[in-house]
Design a protein around this ligand. Structure first.
Ligand SMILES: Cc1cc2nc3c(=O)[nH]c(=O)nc-3n(C[C@H](O)[C@H](O)[C@H](O)COP(=O)(O)OP(=O)(O)OC[C@H]3O[C@@H](n4cnc5c(N)ncnc54)[C@H](O)[C@@H]3O)c2cc1C
Length: 443
């Protein structure tokens, strides 16, 4: 990896302390490489970060780890996060249909009783689940099914409007952060297979716990994780290869290799001047967006490790509240008193990019879902987070043309969900792949 023209510095600079950048840096540090992670934000985790409110973790957008994500699980194990700190949504999800609730856990008996689907559709879903489970979840990512959309896949399996509008669009809308069901069916089947193999989980200190532990492990191994440092430019050496970065605060930091692990818009911007061909392959189309309001509740809105999904076909609220989850039921089940943290998300587009009106819409939705609950007396708004770019949209064909780990610039690599698929698993896997590519190069 070294060359006479490469100045001294760290072995590797990783740009971005999201899960991809941290997974990459952690693997490199564990193998004795000197690493420096430069993160523009004030805490690690990127899209998967957590803030705190009165001792309770508050994720900046509701998200979960599917229990069987292999690369993410391996990272959690390597970091030493205790198993009992990975808390399961053992109650599954409950679906509001406009008049009442239907509960669904990803188990065959629960499916057989699920009132959110007609008996024929329950059978079809059981058949689809059995088909998806016949192969490892990752198999589906490369299956020819990926050539059609999720909706086309569901219609081909025999589902009609009632099932699609009353169950699949509401549920997969909050999984894809996009109600269009336009994600390729290979990705849909990968997620379905991951979901069917074990409940969704959330770490005891919120999703950001993984990033915090990864940053601590990197520092313990002598690496650096610098926060509040924005990289403005990738620097090339005399041989044309990456030789470091320039930061927005005017520093030039040398390194023997650079990994860009930022979200798609930032990656495109950083790559454009040095490798326009790879920059063009970064997914550039309209992104899936999500707005989340976080509340501290003095009294619990509900009990149980359950996610509440809005499956009311008549609800045309603006903004429409698509999901609620009282995350402290999972992260702090033993806490006697409040505050109880409630996250409420809207993935319905067009929605308010700045989140205006979402907090009021949550109050109105709670009044319908739980009329006896004194919302105004018990709920305090903590904040609203808008992710204009939450995930790229993996429409059919999009994943075929993503940038790979390597670029055309020697010693410049790319990680991030934009190289794989738009999920935590995709991010962690991509970070590992970038680290492996660097470790395979002669030191
Ligand atoms: C609200 C929400 C809900 C989601 N739900 C789920 C879910 O339930 N399950 C799931 O699997 N996935 C979910 N996802 C997707 C998942 O969070 C992402 O796919 C994953 O976290 C992406 O990680 P990353 O490391 O690739 O990118 P990021 O997390 O975006 O990390 C990139 C980092 O780079 C930093 N950066 C950018 N530019 C620069 C620069 N110039 N210099 C220095 N640093 C820079 C950013 O600040 C950021 O920290 C969700 C996403 C959102 C937003």
């Amino acid at each position: 990896m070294t060359s006479d023209t490469t100045p001294r510095g760290d072995d590797v600079i990783v740009i971005g302390a999201g899960l991809a950048g941290l997974a990459c840096a952690h693997r490199l540090a564990a193998r004795g490489r000197t690493v420096r992670v430069l993160e523009a934000g004030r805490s690690p985790g990127g899209r998967a970060r957590t803030e705190w409110h009165e001792g309770r973790p508050v994720d900046l957008g509701f998200q979960v780890l599917l229990g069987r994500y292999p690369a993410a699980r391996a990272l959690v194990r390597e970091l030493g996060i205790p198993r009992h700190d990975m808390r399961a949504f053992s109650g599954g999800a409950a679906f509001w249909n406009g008049t009442g609730w239907n509960r669904l856990a990803p188990t065959p008996p629960s499916l057989a009783r699920f009132g959110g689907l007609a008996p024929g559709d329950r059978l079809r879903l059981a058949r689809l689940a059995a088909e998806v489970l016949r192969r490892p979840a990752e198999h589906w990512l490369d299956d020819p099914a990926a050539g059609r959309t999720t909706e086309e896949d569901l219609r081909a399996a025999g589902f009609g409007d009632a099932a699609i509008e009353g169950f699949f669009r509401p549920f997969w809308g909050v999984v894809f952060l996009d109600r269009s069901l336009s994600a390729d069916a290979g990705y849909f089947r990968f997620l379905l297979g991951s979901l069917l193999r074990g409940p969704a989980v959330l770490p005891a200190d919120g999703l950001g716990m993984i990033a915090e532990w990864a940053a601590a492990a990197i520092r313990q191994r002598g690496g650096h994780v610098e926060l509040g440092v924005r990289v403005s430019e990738i620097v090339r050496g005399d041989d044309g290869g990456a030789s470091g970065v320039r930061t927005a605060d005017g520093r030039t930091l040398p390194a023997r290799a650079v990994v860009v692990a930022t979200e798609a818009p930032a990656t495109r911007e950083l790559l454009e001047p040095v490798d326009p061909d790879t920059a063009r392959r970064v997914p550039a189309g309209a992104a899936a967006g999500v707005v989340t309001a976080a509340f501290a509740l003095a009294r619990p809105l509900y009990r149980g490790r359950v996610i509440l999904v809005n499956a009311d076909r008549e609800d045309a609220g603006t903004p429409r509240v698509d999901l609620m989850c009282q995350t402290t039921n999972v992260t702090r089940p033993e806490a006697v008193g409040g505050p109880h943290i409630l996250l409420a998300s809207s993935v319905t587009t067009p929605g308010p990019a700045d989140g205006s009106g979402l907090a009021e819409a949550v109050g109105r939705t709670v009044a319908r879902w739980s009329p006896g609950y004194a919302w105004a007396a018990h709920a305090e708004l903590i904040g609203v987070t808008a992710h204009e770019f939450a995930q790229y949209r993996p429409a059919p064909g999009v994943r075929d043309d993503l940038p790979g780990t390597r670029t055309r610039v020697p010693r410049l690599l790319v990680a991030g969900d934009l190289t794989t698929h738009p999920s935590i698993e995709g991010a962690v896997r991509s970070g590992g792949a970038a680290a492996d590519a660097l470790l395979a190069a002669p030191a």
